[in-house]
Design a binder for this molecule. Structure first.
Ligand code: NAP
Length: 345
């Protein structure tokens, strides 16, 4: 951090397809001053989430249509930040908060946004606050425990199994006594799933025929499919769903950059044949129940029974590259960024 200066990444250009550093512009300016109802926060850690693609927009699509951040404004992401000055009734200087702020050293905010700012519970390190105990962890926790309604011994299949959400969901599914099959891209992710996360089987969708492997590994079908990628795997899973099967719709990374959007699942009528259920969840809406999820997961994290797998990049300069890792599938576990002088995990 430059003393007295605010380094920032601004949105410079809408991508044609892939996201790269050329979509952003690096700049330095004065540290902003909070107005009544705002606080000034120093940003410490950032989370990277596949839906950030929507904030950058797309070449040729008007802002009003895409909902993207206006050109020339800072890119934003979920952060753990420290309040340094407050004119906001809900926060005081020194508070460590989870919020959605700019890719910059310092931000002013009213704390509102897609997910309102909240204080990080004492003793929770920033990497957990953004990962296992953040929006990512809420999706995994409530997706597994509430939407999937797991019963011990059932077969649980998940796409994006070694990513932020997936890495927590597979372990929670094992803790619930499920037989877990993780689908992920590449040997490093599959090795981590087998050796560290303890899944029963892993499928590398880059080198293996996913349909054939699912048939081999799930001869009696699938009880729960937890979908993170929204691609063709959803149809393969629907086709193999057992009676009373559930599909948890968490995300659709495969669809986020697609123009035009590919058609939705073809095999959805299989839900009729098996009295099945397909249900989405929006983790943001579970924020009021964060305490409940933390109560269940903090002891597991502390004991090591639940591993917080993180992929940490250091330095604000690397924010665009860290985001791009999500779309190339380079990240193993939750993609995070720690500011150069921020406290470690
Ligand atoms: N519902 C909610 O409230 C909620 C909350 C948080 C996240 N989500 C969603 O959950 C999903 C996972 O999020 P995350 O933060 O944990 O991300 P992540 O899985 O850590 O990272 C994205 C992963 O997606 C896969 N991927 C990238 N491009 C792809 C493509 N074109 N087609 C298919 N897969 C692709 C890659 O994994 P592989 O190499 O293994 O394929 C990549 O590592 C996302 O769709 C996200 O939007 C939903």
């Amino acid at each position: 951090m430059t003393e007295g200066m605010n380094r920032q990444w601004l949105i410079a250009q809408r991508p044609e397809s892939e996201i790269s550093e050329s979509n952003f512009r690096w700049t330095e300016g004065p540290i902003p001053t909070p107005e009544e109802g705002q606080f000034l926060a120093r940003n410490l850690w950032y989370s990277f989430d596949p839906t950030q693609r929507f904030l950058i927009g797309r070449a040729g699509v008007p802002e009003a249509e895409s909902g993207a951040i206006p050109l020339g404004q800072p890119m934003i992401g979920f952060s753990v930040s420290e309040v340094v000055e407050s004119r906001h009734p809900g926060f005081r200087a020194g508070d460590r908060i989870h919020c959605q702020l700019g890719w910059e050293d310092y931000s002013v905010s009213d704390g509102l946004g897609f997910a309102p700012a909240y204080r990080v519970p004492d003793g929770v390190p920033p990497n957990w606050a953004l990962g296992a105990l953040g929006i990512t962890g809420l999706a995994a926790y409530f997706g597994v425990t509430e939407v999937a309604r797991p019963k011990s011994g059932e077969t649980f299949v998940i796409s994006g199994a070694a990513g932020g959400v997936g890495s927590i969901a597979v372990q929670l599914a094992k803790i619930h006594g499920l037989r877990v099959i993780g689908i992920a891209g590449g040997p490093a992710k599959c090795d981590w799933l087998r050796q560290e996360a303890g899944v029963d089987a892993a499928i590398d969708h880059r080198t293996e025929d996913v349909g054939r492997r699912l048939t081999e590994l799930c001869p009696d079908g699938i009880d729960i499919f937890f979908d993170n990628d929204g691609g063709p795997t959803l149809d393969l899973a629907l086709d193999r769903l057992r009676n009373g099967g559930r599909v948890v719709l968490c995300g659709a990374t495969a669809r986020y950059g697609a123009v035009p959007l590919p058609p939705g699942p073809i095999n959805y009528l299989q839900l009729v044949m098996v009295n099945g259920r397909m249900e989405g969840l929006l983790a943001r809406d579970y924020l009021p129940r964060l305490g409940e999820a933390a109560q269940a997961m903090v002891p597991l994290l502390r004991s090591g029974r639940l591993k917080s797998k993180e992929d940490i990049v250091v330095g604000l300069r690397n924010a665009p590259a860290a985001l791009a890792r999500l779309y190339s599938g380079s990240n193993v576990g939750k993609q995070l960024l720690r500011m150069e002088d921020a406290p470690g995990e």
